[in-house]
Ligand binder design. Structure first.
Ligand code: ADP
Ligand code: ASP
Ligand code: MG
Length: 438
């Protein structure tokens, strides 16, 4: 049996957390490949090492003195080493990194050093081989993962080592510079490694009891989901359940490797199993989870008889395509069509978009509404349980919230609802209460 284990930033924030992690790894011989993140927050106002590194990069790129922020970063690592009582000096590494920063090494290089240094410490503490991610994780010229090469090299290299630590979050470009995944990307590294070694399980250790039915910062003390399918998880993580990076399921999905989300602070809890498929679901709760995101706008286009005009939708989308804007949803009526997209994507070019749409489809009216939050209600049981949509909307109406948009995916296991941003929390809680009987 082979388990790949990834530990997030809060799991490795200080020496006490390191000790918990080491205990977890040593508790099972199967926990062979370990992927650490950079040290995260030790308390709520603390700063993650990754953010200190980004700050350091900003200061250096302005040509200013990095001494202060760099010494904060050094301190974080040195304190962990000292308190763990391990025989290790990172002075040489610090000097190299300091010099690279001063000579304006890239932003991604700077950010990646958190995982790199933490990996060296963890490998030393465990007595495992340290394998630099820049020797095994490869990106293409366009910044996408070179999956073939990565998978081949990783499986060859890891064959040589029964146990190893491989830092998360980064890899190397064809020109030898360091590139990172997007924020939270150590989850992706873990998944890639699980795939390469054909692991039996990918354990993802974090600071909550698993994948919860809702964001614990929005709904108080939500239940842990015991089992969730890749598809449901993809919907939930894309829609804002940030516990697992939204791209982390792809490498393991095709190989059918389950992911187990666990709590480093409560290893006695079973956590959440993420599996390829499941016929069973909780008949009482019906839904698997709820997630949501802020920052959307809706462009509404009205035109009499639009449905009889060939290519109407295509011409609308072409305007967006030419501006490299992707859309989230396309709810449409008989004579109206709406495009839901991230507000960020249209910022600074609204007038231009409206003008191009006017030219292209000559509508009767166009309007843009901002401050929309999207909420996804997801569950494999929704297909079979009649009346789920009715319960969702009844609970929202009872909370006195006006629904701005509805989109039921053709897969029948999700309903997406748009509400105005101030109603977000109220709506999430209303839906949660409707389905979870305390
Ligand atoms: P790590 O540093 O271990 O990678 P993250 O901070 O990336 O951890 O993810 C864990 C956090 O995700 C939790 O502390 C929680 O605040 C947040 N979160 C948001 N939605 C959910 C959810 N549905 N279930 C669990 N956690 C969630
Ligand atoms: N340390 C990185 C971040 O803060 C990557 C990760 O935690 O997965 O985004
Ligand atoms: Mg994370």
């Amino acid at each position: 049996m082979v388990k790949v284990v990834k530990f997030g930033g809060s799991s490795l924030a200080d020496a006490d957390q390191f000790r918990k992690v080491i205990k977890i790894i040593k508790a099972e011989n199967d926990r062979k490949y370990v992927i650490p993140s950079a040290p995260g927050k030790r308390f709520s106002d603390d700063v993650k090492v990754t953010d200190l590194l980004y700050r350091c990069y900003e200061v250096a790129s302005k040509g200013e003195d990095i001494t202060e922020v760099f010494s904060q970063i050094k301190d974080r690592f040195n304190t962990i080493i000292k308190e763990l009582g391990i025989e290790l000096s990172l002075e040489e590494e610090f000097n190299k990194i300091h010099s690279a920063m001063v000579h304006k090494a890239g932003r991604d290089y700077a950010a990646s050093r958190g995982e790199y240094l933490n990996g060296i410490i963890l490998a030393k503490a465990l007595g495992y081989k340290f394998i630099n991610a820049s020797n095994v994780i490869f990106f293409n010229e366009d910044g996408t993962l070179d999956f073939e090469k990565t998978n081949n090299v990783l499986s060859e290299v890891l064959k040589e080592h029964e146990y190893a630590v491989i830092p998360g979050f980064y890899g190397v470009m064809p020109n030898d510079t360091i590139k990172t995944f997007s924020r939270g990307g150590s989850d992706i590294t873990g998944s890639i490694i699980a795939r390469a070694v054909e692991a039996d399980l990918y354990e993802n250790w974090t600071d909550v009891n698993g994948f919860l039915m809702a964001d614990p910062r929005v709904v108080e003390n939500p239940y842990t989901i015991s089992k969730v399918t890749y598809k449901e998880l993809r919907e939930l993580s894309y829609m804002g359940a940030t516990v697992l990076h939204e791209e982390a399921i792809f490498p393991v999905r095709t190989a059918g490797i389950p992911i187990n989300i666990r709590n480093t602070n409560h290893p006695e809890q079973a956590g959440t199993m993420i599996v390829a498929s499941s016929d069973s679901y909780d008949h009482e709760r019906v839904i698997t989870g709820i997630a949501g995101k802020h920052g959307f706008s809706v462009i509404t286009i009205e035109k009499d008889m639009m449905n009889s005009e060939y290519g109407f939708g295509r011409r609308v989308l072409e305007v967006l395509e030419k501006k490299n804007i992707s859309f989230e949803h396309l709810p449409s009526g008989i004579d109206t069509m709406s495009v839901v997209l991230a507000t960020e994507a249209i910022e600074g070019r609204r007038e231009d978009i409206i003008e191009k749409l006017n030219d292209s489809v000559k509508p009767d009216s166009i309007s843009i509404e901002d401050n929309i939050a999207l909420i996804a209600v997801v569950g494999r049981g929704m297909k079979n349980a009649k009346g789920t949509a009715a319960r969702v909307f009844k609970s929202i109406a009872e909370a006195d919230v006006n629904v701005r948009m509805i989109d039921q995916g053709s897969c029948e296991y999700n309903i997406i609802i748009g509400v105005s941003e101030p109603d977000f929390k109220k709506t999430m809680n209303a839906i949660y209460k409707e389905f979870v009987v305390e």
